[in-house]
Design a protein. Structure first.
Length: 310
Protein backbone atom coordinates (compact mmCIF):
# COMPACT_ATOMS: atom_id res chain seq x y z
CA UNK A 1 0.00 0.00 0.00
CA UNK A 2 1.21 3.49 -0.89
CA UNK A 3 0.59 6.25 1.68
CA UNK A 4 -1.09 9.04 -0.29
CA UNK A 5 -1.84 11.42 2.59
CA UNK A 6 -0.57 14.93 1.93
CA UNK A 7 -0.36 18.00 4.17
CA UNK A 8 -0.82 21.53 2.85
CA UNK A 9 0.01 23.64 5.87
CA UNK A 10 -2.45 22.72 8.61
CA UNK A 11 -4.80 20.95 6.19
CA UNK A 12 -4.47 17.18 5.74
CA UNK A 13 -5.62 15.74 2.41
CA UNK A 14 -6.27 12.07 1.72
CA UNK A 15 -4.22 12.40 -1.48
CA UNK A 16 -2.54 15.17 -3.51
CA UNK A 17 -5.00 15.31 -6.45
CA UNK A 18 -7.68 17.97 -6.79
CA UNK A 19 -9.46 19.98 -9.52
CA UNK A 20 -8.30 23.33 -10.83
CA UNK A 21 -10.70 26.18 -10.16
CA UNK A 22 -13.17 26.87 -12.94
CA UNK A 23 -13.00 23.38 -14.43
CA UNK A 24 -15.09 21.51 -11.90
CA UNK A 25 -18.48 21.49 -10.22
CA UNK A 26 -20.60 19.28 -7.94
CA UNK A 27 -22.43 17.90 -10.98
CA UNK A 28 -19.43 15.60 -11.51
CA UNK A 29 -20.72 13.61 -8.52
CA UNK A 30 -23.01 11.97 -11.10
CA UNK A 31 -19.88 10.59 -12.81
CA UNK A 32 -17.63 9.52 -9.92
CA UNK A 33 -17.27 9.65 -6.16
CA UNK A 34 -15.91 13.13 -5.41
CA UNK A 35 -14.77 11.97 -1.98
CA UNK A 36 -11.95 10.07 -3.70
CA UNK A 37 -10.21 13.39 -4.37
CA UNK A 38 -7.81 15.09 -1.99
CA UNK A 39 -9.77 18.36 -2.07
CA UNK A 40 -12.59 20.04 -3.96
CA UNK A 41 -11.92 23.48 -5.45
CA UNK A 42 -14.79 25.73 -6.51
CA UNK A 43 -14.88 28.10 -9.46
CA UNK A 44 -13.90 31.60 -8.38
CA UNK A 45 -16.49 33.41 -6.31
CA UNK A 46 -16.71 37.21 -6.57
CA UNK A 47 -18.16 39.70 -4.07
CA UNK A 48 -21.07 40.65 -6.33
CA UNK A 49 -22.91 39.48 -9.44
CA UNK A 50 -20.77 39.33 -12.59
CA UNK A 51 -22.12 38.82 -16.11
CA UNK A 52 -18.81 37.54 -17.49
CA UNK A 53 -17.01 38.36 -20.72
CA UNK A 54 -18.59 38.66 -24.20
CA UNK A 55 -19.10 35.54 -26.29
CA UNK A 56 -17.41 33.46 -27.53
CA UNK A 57 -15.56 32.61 -24.33
CA UNK A 58 -13.77 29.41 -25.27
CA UNK A 59 -11.86 28.11 -28.27
CA UNK A 60 -9.67 25.10 -28.94
CA UNK A 61 -6.16 25.36 -30.32
CA UNK A 62 -3.74 22.74 -31.62
CA UNK A 63 -2.51 21.73 -28.15
CA UNK A 64 -4.78 23.33 -25.61
CA UNK A 65 -7.65 25.69 -24.93
CA UNK A 66 -8.03 29.46 -24.78
CA UNK A 67 -10.66 30.86 -22.45
CA UNK A 68 -11.90 34.29 -21.50
CA UNK A 69 -14.78 33.45 -19.20
CA UNK A 70 -14.72 36.59 -17.05
CA UNK A 71 -15.73 34.80 -13.81
CA UNK A 72 -19.52 35.05 -14.24
CA UNK A 73 -21.42 34.37 -11.06
CA UNK A 74 -24.15 35.44 -8.68
CA UNK A 75 -21.88 36.76 -5.95
CA UNK A 76 -20.75 35.70 -2.51
CA UNK A 77 -24.16 35.97 -0.81
CA UNK A 78 -25.69 33.58 -3.31
CA UNK A 79 -22.73 31.21 -3.01
CA UNK A 80 -22.98 31.02 0.79
CA UNK A 81 -26.77 30.66 0.83
CA UNK A 82 -27.31 28.35 -2.15
CA UNK A 83 -24.06 26.64 -3.22
CA UNK A 84 -22.54 25.84 0.18
CA UNK A 85 -25.38 23.49 1.26
CA UNK A 86 -24.66 21.37 -1.80
CA UNK A 87 -20.91 21.36 -1.23
CA UNK A 88 -21.38 20.27 2.39
CA UNK A 89 -22.68 16.92 1.15
CA UNK A 90 -19.10 15.81 0.53
CA UNK A 91 -16.53 14.72 3.12
CA UNK A 92 -13.57 15.98 1.09
CA UNK A 93 -12.17 19.37 2.21
CA UNK A 94 -13.68 22.27 0.27
CA UNK A 95 -11.38 25.01 -1.02
CA UNK A 96 -13.24 28.13 -2.12
CA UNK A 97 -11.59 30.13 -4.88
CA UNK A 98 -11.99 33.85 -4.28
CA UNK A 99 -11.59 36.72 -6.74
CA UNK A 100 -12.04 40.40 -5.88
CA UNK A 101 -11.23 43.78 -7.45
CA UNK A 102 -9.67 45.53 -4.42
CA UNK A 103 -7.65 44.71 -1.31
CA UNK A 104 -10.56 45.70 0.91
CA UNK A 105 -13.03 43.46 -0.92
CA UNK A 106 -10.59 40.53 -0.78
CA UNK A 107 -10.38 41.02 2.99
CA UNK A 108 -14.14 41.37 3.44
CA UNK A 109 -14.86 38.21 1.45
CA UNK A 110 -12.14 36.28 3.28
CA UNK A 111 -13.67 37.20 6.62
CA UNK A 112 -17.10 36.04 5.49
CA UNK A 113 -15.76 32.74 4.16
CA UNK A 114 -13.86 32.16 7.40
CA UNK A 115 -17.19 32.39 9.21
CA UNK A 116 -18.92 29.99 6.80
CA UNK A 117 -19.18 26.37 8.02
CA UNK A 118 -17.73 23.84 5.59
CA UNK A 119 -15.01 26.03 4.09
CA UNK A 120 -11.67 24.27 4.64
CA UNK A 121 -9.45 26.81 2.87
CA UNK A 122 -9.46 29.86 0.60
CA UNK A 123 -7.67 29.87 -2.74
CA UNK A 124 -7.09 33.56 -3.51
CA UNK A 125 -7.17 34.15 -7.25
CA UNK A 126 -4.96 37.24 -7.30
CA UNK A 127 -4.57 36.98 -11.08
CA UNK A 128 -7.69 39.11 -11.41
CA UNK A 129 -7.52 42.86 -12.29
CA UNK A 130 -6.74 45.21 -9.41
CA UNK A 131 -8.96 48.30 -9.69
CA UNK A 132 -6.58 50.19 -7.41
CA UNK A 133 -3.68 49.63 -9.82
CA UNK A 134 -5.30 50.63 -13.15
CA UNK A 135 -6.55 47.11 -13.75
CA UNK A 136 -3.18 45.36 -13.45
CA UNK A 137 -3.49 41.96 -11.79
CA UNK A 138 -2.42 41.73 -8.16
CA UNK A 139 -0.16 38.80 -9.06
CA UNK A 140 1.90 40.79 -11.57
CA UNK A 141 4.10 42.41 -8.91
CA UNK A 142 5.19 41.50 -5.37
CA UNK A 143 3.82 44.60 -3.61
CA UNK A 144 0.12 44.39 -4.60
CA UNK A 145 0.23 40.59 -4.25
CA UNK A 146 1.54 40.94 -0.71
CA UNK A 147 -0.98 43.67 0.15
CA UNK A 148 -3.93 41.50 -0.88
CA UNK A 149 -2.49 38.45 0.89
CA UNK A 150 -1.78 40.32 4.13
CA UNK A 151 -5.31 41.75 4.22
CA UNK A 152 -6.84 38.30 3.67
CA UNK A 153 -4.54 36.74 6.24
CA UNK A 154 -5.73 39.16 8.91
CA UNK A 155 -9.37 38.75 7.92
CA UNK A 156 -9.39 34.96 7.59
CA UNK A 157 -7.83 34.22 10.96
CA UNK A 158 -6.64 30.63 11.14
CA UNK A 159 -8.40 29.52 7.95
CA UNK A 160 -5.78 28.18 5.51
CA UNK A 161 -4.99 30.65 2.72
CA UNK A 162 -3.65 29.48 -0.62
CA UNK A 163 -2.61 32.13 -3.14
CA UNK A 164 -2.86 31.38 -6.87
CA UNK A 165 -0.09 33.02 -8.88
CA UNK A 166 0.07 34.20 -12.48
CA UNK A 167 2.54 33.00 -15.14
CA UNK A 168 2.28 36.41 -16.79
CA UNK A 169 4.55 38.12 -14.28
CA UNK A 170 8.22 38.71 -15.02
CA UNK A 171 9.42 37.21 -11.72
CA UNK A 172 7.07 34.64 -10.22
CA UNK A 173 9.59 33.62 -7.56
CA UNK A 174 9.62 37.17 -6.18
CA UNK A 175 5.81 37.20 -6.05
CA UNK A 176 5.81 33.81 -4.32
CA UNK A 177 8.24 35.06 -1.67
CA UNK A 178 6.14 38.19 -1.16
CA UNK A 179 2.91 36.30 -0.49
CA UNK A 180 4.73 33.84 1.75
CA UNK A 181 6.02 36.71 3.88
CA UNK A 182 2.51 38.21 3.90
CA UNK A 183 1.04 35.07 5.44
CA UNK A 184 0.08 32.64 2.67
CA UNK A 185 -0.04 28.99 3.72
CA UNK A 186 0.60 27.73 0.17
CA UNK A 187 0.99 28.98 -3.40
CA UNK A 188 -0.87 27.54 -6.38
CA UNK A 189 1.34 27.66 -9.48
CA UNK A 190 0.03 28.73 -11.86
CA UNK A 191 -2.98 30.26 -13.52
CA UNK A 192 -3.33 30.32 -17.32
CA UNK A 193 -0.90 32.20 -19.57
CA UNK A 194 -2.18 34.88 -21.93
CA UNK A 195 -2.66 33.82 -25.54
CA UNK A 196 -4.48 34.75 -28.71
CA UNK A 197 -6.15 32.95 -31.63
CA UNK A 198 -7.30 34.60 -34.87
CA UNK A 199 -10.17 33.54 -37.11
CA UNK A 200 -8.60 34.08 -40.55
CA UNK A 201 -12.01 34.11 -42.28
CA UNK A 202 -13.27 37.07 -40.27
CA UNK A 203 -9.88 38.60 -39.37
CA UNK A 204 -11.07 38.81 -35.78
CA UNK A 205 -9.91 37.17 -32.54
CA UNK A 206 -11.68 33.88 -31.85
CA UNK A 207 -12.56 35.06 -28.32
CA UNK A 208 -15.06 37.84 -27.77
CA UNK A 209 -12.68 39.75 -25.51
CA UNK A 210 -9.61 39.20 -27.72
CA UNK A 211 -6.94 37.59 -25.57
CA UNK A 212 -7.56 34.70 -23.21
CA UNK A 213 -5.91 32.30 -20.82
CA UNK A 214 -4.16 29.34 -22.45
CA UNK A 215 -4.22 25.94 -20.75
CA UNK A 216 -3.69 22.31 -21.68
CA UNK A 217 -0.81 20.02 -22.69
CA UNK A 218 1.35 22.69 -24.37
CA UNK A 219 1.33 24.76 -21.17
CA UNK A 220 2.77 21.94 -19.05
CA UNK A 221 6.51 22.63 -19.55
CA UNK A 222 5.96 26.28 -18.65
CA UNK A 223 3.93 25.47 -15.55
CA UNK A 224 6.49 22.86 -14.52
CA UNK A 225 9.26 25.45 -14.78
CA UNK A 226 7.25 27.87 -12.66
CA UNK A 227 6.73 25.25 -9.95
CA UNK A 228 10.47 24.47 -10.03
CA UNK A 229 11.29 28.15 -9.52
CA UNK A 230 8.75 28.72 -6.75
CA UNK A 231 9.67 25.55 -4.87
CA UNK A 232 13.23 26.86 -4.60
CA UNK A 233 12.07 30.32 -3.52
CA UNK A 234 9.66 29.52 -0.67
CA UNK A 235 9.28 27.13 2.24
CA UNK A 236 5.49 26.90 2.15
CA UNK A 237 3.88 24.16 0.01
CA UNK A 238 3.53 24.61 -3.73
CA UNK A 239 0.47 23.22 -5.51
CA UNK A 240 1.21 22.59 -9.18
CA UNK A 241 -1.26 23.12 -12.01
CA UNK A 242 -0.96 23.35 -15.77
CA UNK A 243 -1.34 20.65 -18.41
CA UNK A 244 -1.63 17.72 -16.00
CA UNK A 245 -3.52 14.82 -17.57
CA UNK A 246 -1.74 11.64 -16.37
CA UNK A 247 -0.11 10.24 -13.28
CA UNK A 248 3.24 10.70 -14.97
CA UNK A 249 2.50 14.41 -15.37
CA UNK A 250 1.68 14.60 -11.65
CA UNK A 251 4.93 12.83 -10.78
CA UNK A 252 6.89 15.45 -12.73
CA UNK A 253 5.21 18.27 -10.82
CA UNK A 254 5.82 16.60 -7.48
CA UNK A 255 9.47 15.97 -8.34
CA UNK A 256 9.78 19.63 -9.35
CA UNK A 257 8.76 20.61 -5.82
CA UNK A 258 4.95 20.50 -5.69
CA UNK A 259 3.21 18.97 -2.69
CA UNK A 260 -0.08 18.50 -4.55
CA UNK A 261 -1.49 18.96 -8.05
CA UNK A 262 -4.61 20.32 -9.70
CA UNK A 263 -6.17 18.95 -12.88
CA UNK A 264 -8.06 21.33 -15.15
CA UNK A 265 -8.38 21.13 -18.93
CA UNK A 266 -7.98 17.33 -18.95
CA UNK A 267 -11.34 17.04 -17.17
CA UNK A 268 -13.02 18.62 -20.22
CA UNK A 269 -11.63 15.78 -22.33
CA UNK A 270 -12.44 13.08 -19.77
CA UNK A 271 -14.58 13.84 -16.70
CA UNK A 272 -12.73 11.08 -14.80
CA UNK A 273 -9.26 12.46 -15.61
CA UNK A 274 -8.54 13.21 -11.94
CA UNK A 275 -9.14 9.58 -10.99
CA UNK A 276 -6.81 8.49 -13.80
CA UNK A 277 -4.12 10.80 -12.44
CA UNK A 278 -4.65 9.50 -8.91
CA UNK A 279 -4.63 5.83 -9.88
CA UNK A 280 -1.60 6.25 -12.14
CA UNK A 281 0.25 8.14 -9.42
CA UNK A 282 -0.37 5.37 -6.90
CA UNK A 283 0.67 2.71 -9.42
CA UNK A 284 3.91 4.59 -10.17
CA UNK A 285 4.81 4.75 -6.49
CA UNK A 286 4.04 1.06 -6.00
CA UNK A 287 6.10 0.09 -9.05
CA UNK A 288 9.08 2.16 -7.88
CA UNK A 289 8.85 0.97 -4.27
CA UNK A 290 7.97 4.47 -2.99
CA UNK A 291 6.09 4.04 0.28
CA UNK A 292 4.85 7.63 0.64
CA UNK A 293 3.79 9.97 -2.14
CA UNK A 294 5.34 12.84 -0.18
CA UNK A 295 8.75 11.30 -0.87
CA UNK A 296 8.36 12.45 -4.48
CA UNK A 297 8.14 16.14 -3.56
CA UNK A 298 11.32 17.92 -4.62
CA UNK A 299 13.05 14.72 -5.76
CA UNK A 300 14.37 16.50 -8.88
CA UNK A 301 15.45 19.68 -7.11
CA UNK A 302 19.19 20.38 -6.74
CA UNK A 303 20.37 18.39 -3.73
CA UNK A 304 21.62 21.30 -1.56
CA UNK A 305 18.26 23.03 -1.91
CA UNK A 306 16.37 19.87 -0.99
CA UNK A 307 18.51 19.41 2.08
CA UNK A 308 18.00 23.04 3.12
CA UNK A 309 14.23 22.66 2.79
CA UNK A 310 14.24 19.46 4.85
Amino acid sequence: MVELTTRIGSLTLANPVMPASGTFGPELAQVFDLDRLGALVTKSVTPEFRAGNPLPRLCETEAGVLNSIGIPGKGLDHFIDHAMPEWRRFRTPLVVSLSAPTVASFADCAARLAATPGVAAIEANISCPNLEEDGRAFAMHPEPAAAATEAMRRAAGALPLWVKLSPNTGDIAAVARAVEEAGADAVVVANTILGLAIDIETARPKLGSGMGGFSGPAFKPIALRLVWQCAQAVRIPVIGVGGIATGEDAVEFLMAGASAVQVGTASFVSPTAMLTVLDDLEEFCARKGIARVTDLTGAALPRPLREAAE
